[in-house]
Write a protein that binds this ligand. Sequence first.
Ligand SMILES: Cc1cc2nc3c(=O)[nH]c(=O)nc-3n(C[C@H](O)[C@H](O)[C@H](O)COP(=O)(O)OP(=O)(O)OC[C@H]3O[C@@H](n4cnc5c(N)ncnc54)[C@H](O)[C@@H]3O)c2cc1C
Length: 377
Amino acid sequence: MNENRSRWPMGKTVGGTHMLNNMIHYKAERKDFSDWFERAQDLDRFLEFFEHDLWSNVERGFTTELGTVFIDAAKSLGGIGPRKELEKLGIDTVVDLPQVGKNLQDHIGTGSELLLIENSLNLHPVDLVHPANVWNYFTSNHRQSSLSFGGCEAVGFVSLDSNYTSDLQFMVLPAGLTSDGGVHLRKILNLQDSVWDDYYEPLLRMGQPAVTVLPILLHPKSKGQIVLKSANVRDTPVIDPNYLASQDDVTVLIKGIRLLQKITQQPAARKVGLEFNPRPFPGCSMLPFDSDAYWECYVRSVTHTIYHPVGTCRMGHSALDSVVSSVDLRVHGVHNLFVADASVMPSLPSGNPNSVAMAIGEYFVRSNFPPIGMPTK
Ligand SMILES: Cc1cc2nc3c(=O)[nH]c(=O)nc-3n(C[C@H](O)[C@H](O)[C@H](O)COP(=O)(O)OP(=O)(O)OC[C@H]3O[C@@H](n4cnc5c(N)ncnc54)[C@H](O)[C@@H]3O)c2cc1C
């Protein structure tokens, strides 16, 4: 990737990133949150939002959300954060909270153009904006138009005998990076031109369609951080996701690729002409193709964000190990400041986090503005 950087888009509008996401809804389980709350009654209250259909109520909530990246920057500039770091930048510390900006976690995935398919599925990004499809969307059954398609067709989960609900998620997309002719998708991934020319462009030239079944690491051991660059409010913060710092994270992703290889050998996959891309990835061709060392090189070259950053204002018990209280999401040591967004998650759920972010919004409202007659905290 250019400058080894992932792009992190954000929905800068009312409704936030939910307005641009893929709309994959994950129904979380108790196990996902087993160590999030000190008190069992708080966990029970939180889980109510998954057990009952309360989503419509969320809209009426008043929440203080800025998202995982900016909530941290805003707090630190206001003097709430790690004293040592604030002092270095000449910012007076109002409340010393060492965990502000720490514990950054994100889902990451690997494997673009790994799966080639004999026959095109005719559902690639160009189809989505084809005038005939736009016409069909408005004039006939819009549910059957490819314009109503969210980008991801199906998801699957795999457990590798850990304590989590699942360890790997697979996202099935009927397209590869080359499916839009190199116009847009390669830019989203911030791919280097040389890598594009060497690996992706030849497939495009041959008219070789690709599909994607993306292995996603659900519980990374690597943790990053967000720190202020300076005391200037106009300077963007430094985001260091620290991806793949733990070798265990690489190992899980390689397991995902190995599983994918097994999938391509299934009769149903053979029937549609699915095959593993035999071309070595640029920069990894000196390693024996298909060895674990080769796949480690591949994973370290082309793994990218799945856009689920969380954790920089984690909830917990005390100001030493967390930023907000798990009882009501109040910032430790500050009377009337709350955080209610994905940044308070102590760890990632075993699936897409938007439903969990919404549950956090509802939990905040119910904890601090309970309906009359309803018990709180
Ligand atoms: C491309 C993409 C696809 C995704 N797909 C899915 C999916 O299919 N399923 C799923 O579950 N999750 C998905 N996610 C993740 C999910 O959308 C996020 O986890 C969730 O929206 C996070 O909610 P939040 O409230 O923490 O932050 P956000 O939704 O990002 O809200 C932050 C809000 O703060 C505002 N803000 C930020 N800075 C400032 C400022 N300085 N001043 C004023 N306002 C500010 C922003 O405008 C925004 O409204 C996806 C994310 C992306 C980027």
